[in-house]
Design a protein around this ligand. Structure first.
Ligand SMILES: [Zn+2]
Length: 305
């Protein structure tokens, strides 16, 4: 199977007009494997970070903005921090901070609660300097990340949402694969209230539509999200072919980091020469990007970009 026969590293947006639903399917292959391979995380951490990267992609691609959409967890468990971000048009990156021994003690497939403990999941949209940052927060107390994302949309945005996530290695020790599906119930909006063919009142019809869409989307399996041989278009067809599907053009995703030597140099110049001398090891200040692990070395006296 060649690299992209699975249709990896893409987002497929779709809409089901008959059910007032819009959605997205994300499938990640080489992109998520590259991001995780730059670190040497235990599989339990890699799996959850891969799901975070899928969440950032699903959510980031569903709002209109120019900049970065960041999803971050902060909590008191062995896995205390995860950051993943989606920068327009489709650049992904992510990293995690954890206590290796405490994570190892949890075994191969710890629950979300055991890994992260108590804390929150925050979503931030940053459109650059001189713009207002948007931030949303939800407690990290769902059964999994998908449940936390659903809670956020239900409580903060009042949008009924279903999210399913999956991440695993293609085979033991093999490359990482990740995938996700999100559907959201659209308000009737401009179409106005209407009575459906069965004579239901709008609210009732609305509930029926959403219950129907939910049931279909919830039937998706981890194999369908990350397994071989099923492209995103085939999956959306399998789930919703009875309802009439509109698909939009797919977005291609790539690994992308925004770290730069110039930016790090500008930060270092804000320290006094004495502080910079203290930071140096063997005569050089070395700064490593937490996202991509790239190292940048500077002369502490000049900090030349
Ligand atoms: Zn970087």
């Amino acid at each position: 199977m060649n690299d992209n026969q699975r249709g990896d590293d893409r987002v497929l947006p779709f809409q089901i007009d008959a059910l007032d639903v819009r959605g997205r399917i994300v499938r990640l292959g080489p992109v998520v494997d590259t991001i995780l391979s730059r670190h040497d995380y235990p599989d339990a951490v890699s799996r959850l970070l891969a799901e975070m990267i899928v969440v950032a992609t699903l959510l980031g691609n569903s709002v209109k903005f120019d900049g970065s959409f960041t999803v971050q967890t902060k909590s008191d468990g062995p896995l205390s921090l995860m950051v993943s971000d989606f920068a327009t048009p489709g650049a992904l990156r992510g990293y995690a901070q954890f206590e290796p021994e405490a994570v190892a003690a949890l075994g191969l497939t710890p629950s979300l609660a055991a890994l992260v403990g108590k804390g929150y999941l925050a979503m931030t949209i940053d459109q650059g300097p001189d713009t207002e940052r948007y931030q949303g927060i939800v407690a990290l107390d769902g059964a999994d990340l998908a449940a936390c994302a659903e809670t956020y949309f239900r409580d903060s945005e009042q949008i009924p949402t279903l999210v399913r996530l999956a991440a695993r290695r293609a085979w033991p020790g093999g490359p990482w694969l990740a995938g996700g599906l999100m559907i959201q119930h659209l308000p009737h909006g401009s179409a106005g209230p209407r009575i459906d063919a069965a004579g239901h009142l709008p609210d009732e019809a609305d509930d029926d539509h959403w219950a129907n869409a939910r049931a279909k989307a919830a039937s998706v399996t981890a194999d369908e999200l990350v397994g071989p041989g099923l492209r995103a278009e085939e999956l959306v067809w399998r789930l919703f072919h009875e309802d009439g599907i509109r698909v939009y053009s797919q977005l291609e995703l790539a690994v992308g980091c925004r770290c730069s030597r110039e930016h790090i140099a500008s930060v270092l110049t804000r320290f006094s020469p004495e502080d910079r001398a203290d930071m140096a090891v063997d005569g050089r200040i070395v700064v490593t990007c937490e996202f991509c692990n790239a190292g940048f070395a500077f002369d502490p006296a000049t900090v030349e970009p």
